[in-house]
Design a binder for this molecule. Structure first.
Ligand SMILES: [Cu+2]
Length: 197
């Protein structure tokens, strides 16, 4: 064994506090799910049948392994929004940029380590329109024994803001609230499209 490796092994054995990091395993089954919002039901693409999708939890320095299995008819990829992919660019997720999307019936394991980051980030599909229903939160806790840089709150609640598209009677009111700051439109049937802001 090389001497630097031997030193690391000895440090890990005798000073485990220095290597207090974990491997977090998650499984994302991408499936269709009949979902009801605002009194209307329709099948949507989800992760594990949830909308929004499951919240991932990890600590700074943890390695996260997410096995994504594609059970829908669309190609899929997942982007870990805001995660610094240090030497793990293939885990970033933008389809056709850092990876080929996951075809129907296939899977892919995203493997990345969270370094120098804490707080709540977002994960979402990074292909087609799938991100509108395939998204969720990624909570990065501080290292064990390290406090938050603010007084500890009594309770923490994850709030995910998403997009809903609704139609009411013959008054077509399409609300678009998209992350890239597109305006919200409200369109009367046959009328002019009026930007609200
Ligand atoms: Cu993103």
């Amino acid at each position: 064994m090389d001497s630097p490796v031997r030193v690391l092994v000895l440090v890990a054995l005798f000073f485990p506090v220095f290597v207090d990091c974990a491997i977090r395993h998650y499984k994302f089954n991408v499936v269709m799910k009949n979902t009801t919002r605002l009194c209307s039901s329709k099948p949507i693409v989800t992760v594990n049948g949830k909308f929004p999708g499951p919240t991932l939890y990890a600590r700074e320095d943890d390695t996260v392994l997410v096995k994504v299995v594609n059970h829908v008819k669309y190609n899929v990829s997942i982007h870990w929004h805001g995660i610094r992919q240090l030497r793990t660019g293939w885990a970033d997720g933008p389809a056709y940029i850092t990876q080929c999307p996951i075809p129907t019936g296939q899977s892919y394991v995203y493997n990345f380590t969270i370094t120098g980051q804490r707080g709540t980030l977002l994960w979402h599909a990074h292909i087609l329109w799938l991100r509108s229903t395939v998204h969720g939160a990624l909570v990065i806790l501080p290292k064990r024994g390290v406090p938050y840089p603010f007084p500890k709150p009594n309770k923490e609640v994850v709030v995910v803001l998403g997009e809903l598209r609704i139609r009411i009677l013959n008054l077509e009111c399409n609300l678009f609230l998209i992350m890239c700051h597109r305006p919200i439109y409200c369109q009367l049937s046959g009328g002019n499209r009026t930007p609200k802001w």
